[in-house]
Each structure stands twice: as structure tokens, then as C-alpha cells.
Ligand binder design. Structure first.
Ligand code: C5P
Length: 259
């Protein structure tokens, strides 16, 4: 007898961790970056909704500023995303959990991973500071992990040529250029980054030192990381001008969607 009639196993459930504990000093003084509003709604809420929009994502863990978990919970409640629920087996619904974060992005992600129930075999890590990522990008990352990749990053080609520099001889002096990597081989990496959960946990247990994304920790394990196409609307809101751009994207979406 062949196996053809046997139903294929259900795909592993997907959880998303949103590190949202950063101060966002480059945006200027004010509330923590994730709580800054775009069209009246905090960036974190936009980001949480963007991930929950994927049918595959059944749990979103929000990592709040260390002293701000209660505030983030009530914010999620106020926007119809109850953040205190016990996750598990909710079918099409998305559950939300809030945990306090740490001093570095890495520590915040690790605290989010620690809160995941055992059934989640696929984990996305998504910056709260990328509130407008389209659901197609989220789904493309999930699909690549479910197809067998252990680590997947969405990324775009660069418009600018990139130079590697070394520190200036003295403060304020011009920085000497040491190299110009071939632009065609460079990619600007976005989130959500997607992982086989065991691989990401191993990376967080093994790799120490400052990193700026999770995939680079997996690279340091010697594991293969692959790229899928990113999206220009998945940009990171970092500087004041990015807030203007994000509100323009939202205005265009409202026009296109007719609401
Ligand atoms: O600082 P950067 O823009 O790289 O931060 C990326 C993401 O990591 C942001 O969503 C920020 O809130 C989060 N972060 C965190 N805990 C920290 C520092 C940053 O969750 N201690």
C-alpha cells in the first residue's frame, strides 16, 4: 500500500515575537518608539495587527519595555487585541501575550522566546518599528520556513552604494574609506525574520556579543540563512522623516481600500 491517501501532518503552528522594548532615541525625545503613534494608533498596534493578519500566525508575544508591561497590556486590550490571554488551540484567532523586555534587543527577543508554549515550531521575530509590513511578506517568510529553511530573512537590493570606513583619526575629521563591497551582492534586511524554533533557541543560547538581527546569530552557528523578497513598506521607522513616510503609506492604503 502506498502512503498517497494518508493526510499530510498539520503544519507547525507559528508564533511571532515582537521586541518593543527599545527607547528609540533616534526619533527624538518622547514615548518609547513602539508607543509612538501613526495616525493616532501606536506603532506596536500596527505591527501586532500586521502579523495577526497572517492566517498562519496564532500567537503574538509582545516584549514590552521592562517597566511597561501593564501599560502595553492595556493598550492591546484597548485596541481589541487582549494581551493577557492563555494561548493555545484557538483555530483562526490570534492570541496575544505580553512579557517584560531587557536591556538589549537580543535579551528582549530571548525573553519573548522563553514565553512560547512548546507547540510552536516556527517563530517569527518582528521589529515593532516596522509597523507597515504587508501580510504577503509575512506569509512568504513563513512559507520558506515551512518548506525547510531554518532561517529566512526578507530583504531588498540597495539603492545606495555602501562604503566600509574606519574610525576617523580624531573626532570630527573625515573617515577613511577602506572598501566598497559590490552593491549587486548586498541586501538591506528587514523583518519578520523566520526560524525553525530549535535553531533560533540554540542561537540565543550559544551566541554572545552585540548583533543587530537574529539571523546573524544563526549565521554564527554556521547554519544557512536564506533571503526572500522584502517590501518597501516594511521599512523601519527610525528617524522623524520615517514617521511622515509611514503616515503617507497609511493615507494611500486608506484611499486604495476605500476606508
Ligand atoms: O534599536 P533598533 O531600532 O535596532 O530596535 C529594533 C527593535 O528592537 C525595536 O522594535 C525595539 O523596540 C526593540 N528593542 C527591544 N529591547 C531593547 C532594544 C530594542 O525590544 N532593549
Amino acid at each position: 500500500m502506498s502512503d498517497v491517501s494518508r493526510p499530510s501532518p498539520a503544519p507547525s503552528p507559528v508564533a511571532a515575537v515582537i521586541p518593543a522594548a527599545g527607547k528609540g532615541v533616534r526619533l527624538g525625545p518622547g514615548a518609547p518608539k513602539a508607543l509612538r503613534t501613526l495616525n493616532g494608533t501606536p506603532m506596536l498596534i500596527h505591527a501586532a495587527r500586521a502579523l495577526a493578519a497572517s492566517r498562519a500566525v496564532s500567537l503574538v508575544v509582545v516584549v514590552a519595555p521592562p517597566d511597561g508591561a501593564a501599560e502595553v497590556k492595556s493598550l492591546l486590550d484597548a485596541h481589541g487585541l487582549p494581551g493577557g490571554g492563555i494561548p493555545g488551540g484557538s483555530g483562526e484567532r490570534t492570541d496575544f501575550l505580553v512579557v517584560p523586555g531587557g536591556d538589549s534587543r537580543q535579551e528582549s527577543v530571548r525573553l519573548g522566546l522563553d514565553a512560547l508554549p512548546p507547540e510552536y515550531g516556527v517563530v517569527l521575530v518582528h521589529d515593532a518599528a516596522r509597523p507597515l509590513v504587508p501580510v504577503d511578506t509575512v506569509d512568504a517568510v513563513i512559507e520558506a520556513v515551512r518548506d525547510g529553511a531554518h532561517a529566512v530573512v526578507p530583504a531588498l537590493p540597495l539603492a545606495d552604494t555602501v562604503k566600509e570606513v574606519e574610525p576617523a583619526a580624531e573626532p570630527g575629521a573625515p573617515e577613511p574609506v577602506v572598501a566598497t563591497p559590490a552593491r549587486a551582492r548586498l541586501r538591506a534586511v528587514q523583518t519578520p525574520q523566520g526560524f525553525d524554533r530549535r535553531t533560533l533557541v540554540r542561537a540565543h543560547e550559544t551566541v554572545t556579543g552585540e548583533v543587530t538581527d537574529d539571523a546573524s546569530m544563526v549565521e554564527q552557528l554556521g547554519e544557512r540563512v536564506v533571503v526572500v523578497p522584502g517590501h518597501e513598506e516594511a521599512f523601519k521607522v527610525t528617524r522623524p522623516l520615517d514617521l511622515v513616510l509611514a503616515e503617507a503609506v497609511l493615507a494611500r492604503r486608506r484611499l486604495n481600500d476605500g476606508f
